[in-house]
Design a protein around this ligand. Structure first.
Ligand code: ZN
Length: 304
């Protein structure tokens, strides 16, 4: 999200934008400006930054009573705290212009270092996964090649749904022991172990190279539901057999069919479904990001 104040400032300074920052070159300095919680921030990357420069910048900040700043590798980050009313855009702009004038006069022939290799080669501002970077041409080409390779790898992965599903079930098996421990030894509800089924299911699905898509997510949840049910029934059986103190399958099946036992089983299963459902939605959100977006590296956009 780019707030109107930052957007306006970016426009005035002829900068470009990503989804959350305005970025670009001011003479021979690379700048990014963004909002934080109750603050505005700029990061200025300069061609050189020696102790004399630092003293000079510090003096200018002191003059303006700005205390919240930190040194970056070849740059400075200034934080403008905002209490109740927004920090003046004009003041931020003046300070930036002041710094940029200082550095461009002192190092007229130099440019900032590439943020990947540290060289001062021909470079430009790029945006990768919504993070802006100042990259030299060589590093840009390398990034672009890597990203293209990664994306094509991702797209040619076969679906592998069946294998993924099997992986999901297999990996969930240890979850059953957890359910048993909760039930039989701790005498407590095992809903929390439902979370473990989902977690293990996702892990198993990935290890067996199941493709993360909406179909894959459905398979993981189906596997989770199956394992929750199986886990609870097995745990109950262990509990009953323990009470009986013998391996009597016939009596066990009679007890399991008793209405009150059935009711308890169902209640436990429903609660576990509920807990695992909530957790799965949380995990799903993380996974969606992975399957929706191909990585890309691009130039920042115009500010409209
Ligand atoms: Zn580079």
């Amino acid at each position: 999200m780019l707030w109107p104040g930052i957007k306006k400032l970016g426009k005035e300074l002829n900068l470009k934008r990503t989804d959350s920052e305005v970025v670009g070159m001011l003479r021979n300095c690379f700048v990014k400006i963004y909002d934080g919680k109750n603050m505005k921030v700029f990061e200025l990357y300069v061609p050189e930054l020696d102790d004399i420069d630092k003293d000079e910048i510090k003096r200018r900040l002191d003059n303006k009573k700005i205390k919240n700043y930190e040194w970056l590798p070849s740059g400075i980050k200034v934080i403008f705290n905002e209490y109740i009313k927004p920090y003046s855009i004009i003041k931020i702009k003046d300070l930036l212009n002041d710094f940029v004038t200082y550095f461009s006069n002192k190092y007229p022939a130099q440019k900032p270092q590439c943020q990947h290799c540290g060289q001062q080669n021909e470079a430009d501002v790029y945006c990768m996964d919504n993070v802006s970077l100042y990259l030299c041409n060589e590093c840009y080409k390398k990034y672009e090649k890597d990203i293209n390779y990664e994306n094509s790898e991702k797209n040619i992965v076969p679906n592998n749904y069946l294998l993924g599903f099997i992986g999901s079930l297999l990996f969930s098996i240890p979850g059953i022991f957890l359910t048993i421990i909760f039930f039989v030894f701790l005498n407590t509800l095992s809903a929390i172990s439902a979370v473990v089924y989902i977690l293990l299911g996702i892990k198993g699905y990935k290890v067996f190279k199941g493709k993360i898509t909406p179909v894959g997510a459905t398979l993981i949840i189906i596997s989770g539901l199956i394992m929750v049910t199986v886990g609870i029934i097995i745990s109950y059986s262990v509990l009953i057999l323990r009470e009986l103190n013998m391996l009597d399958i016939e009596t066990l099946s009679i007890i399991l069919k008793m209405p009150e036992v059935q009711k308890e089983l169902t209640t436990n299963i429903i609660i576990s479904y509920f807990v695992s459902g909530i957790y799965f939605v949380y995990q799903l959100n993380i996974m969606i990001k992975g399957w929706k977006t191909n990585k890309k590296i691009q130039k920042p956009k115009e500010i409209k």
